[in-house]
Design a protein around this ligand. Structure first.
Ligand SMILES: Nc1ncnc2c1ncn2[C@@H]1O[C@H](COP(=O)(O)OP(=O)(O)OP(=O)(O)O)[C@@H](O)[C@H]1O
Length: 280
């Protein structure tokens, strides 16, 4: 069973065609990077996969974990939305609530609604949330108000909530673009860790192709609403990016973090990655 199948999906906003007959399949357990210059359609595609918007036309379809979530511009009632978690660039947490409470919100799909609404989580749920925070490396912040966390900690708390939710797919829309390089690496390490150990399928959109090369075996590249490359991240040399994107490729390259300064990621085969980074 595939995790995500997008077939022939198009979407226009007025005169702007944000998605042009996009087709894409992710197998379960993959960690795939989605790259593209600003305005290329990454967020639009992610919103459609997440079930937040419907496409245009009769032929567009999105399937999640083997069930149709939208087809022909209509949402399907059978979507397995609880199995899909989405993390955005910012504002993933309720700032005035504690970090633990934000993570506990991941239980809401399963706990009776009245209990969640009243904040009545049981001991097992609280232990699970605390363990999820430990898993993403921030157990010490559980009692803090979420608004006091750094940007990277906030992203990791949002990933902890994904674990509590028992999501099978995590879609992250530019989760590191507001972060400094070391925080960005930590967040990407956590994504790679939950992908490798929990077999959670990860689709992560990125501006900086360095991270795609380092963390994801496969990259899907968009330009002007269409997929222009879908293949091994190792092929994404700077020359190839320049060929794909022209001058917009400058936006995708990370000038201040040479690839060789980065430690090998959790899930990569180190030798292959080294080779890829050297040749990039
Ligand atoms: N709700 C909307 N209303 C009008 N236009 C939109 C809307 N959402 C997206 N667009 C347009 O669709 C195109 C694709 O936008 P999208 O946000 O998907 O790009 P992106 O690749 O995610 O860009 P960025 O990297 O800057 O986030 C852009 O031209 C954008 O202006």
């Amino acid at each position: 069973m595939t995790a995500i199948t997008v077939s022939n999906l198009s979407k226009s906003y007025g005169a702007v065609q944000a998605l042009k007959e996009v087709s894409l399949t992710l197998a379960r357990g993959e960690m795939v990077a989605l790259i593209g210059a600003s305005g290329s359609g990454k967020s639009t595609l992610i919103r459609h996969i997440a079930g937040l918007e419907t496409g245009d036309g009769a032929s567009g379809k999105v399937e999640v974990l083997g069930q149709v979530s939208q087809a022909g511009g209509r949402m399907s009632g059978h979507a397995r939305r609880g199995k899909v978690a989405v993390i955005f660039q910012q504002f993933n947490l309720v700032g005035r609530l504690s970090v633990l409470t934000n993570v506990l919100i991941g239980h809401l799909g399963r706990a009776p609604r009245w209990r969640g609404t009243l904040g009545l989580f049981n001991r097992h749920e609280k232990e699970k949330a605390q363990a999820a925070l430990a898993r993403v490396g921030i157990p010490q912040v559980a009692r803090q108000r979420s608004s006091t966390l750094s940007g990277g900690q906030q992203q990791r708390a949002a990933i902890a909530r994904t674990l509590v939710q028992e999501a099978e797919i995590l879609i992250a829309d530019e989760p590191i673009s507001a972060l400094d390089p070391s925080s960005a690496r930590r967040v990407m390490d956590v994504l790679a860790d939950i992908n490798g150990k929990d077999n959670i399928t990860v689709l992560v959109s990125l501006h900086q192709v360095e991270y795609a090369r380092r963390y994801c075996k496969r990259t899907v590249a968009m330009r002007d609403g269409a997929i222009v490359y879908d293949g091994p991240s190792t092929a994404l040399s700077n020359d190839f990016l320049a060929e794909l994107y022209g001058s917009a490729s400058e936006e995708l390259v990370l000038p201040d973090a040479p690839a060789e300064q980065m430690a090998p990621p959790h899930k990569a085969e180190p030798r292959n990655y080294q080779t890829a980074l050297m040749s990039a």
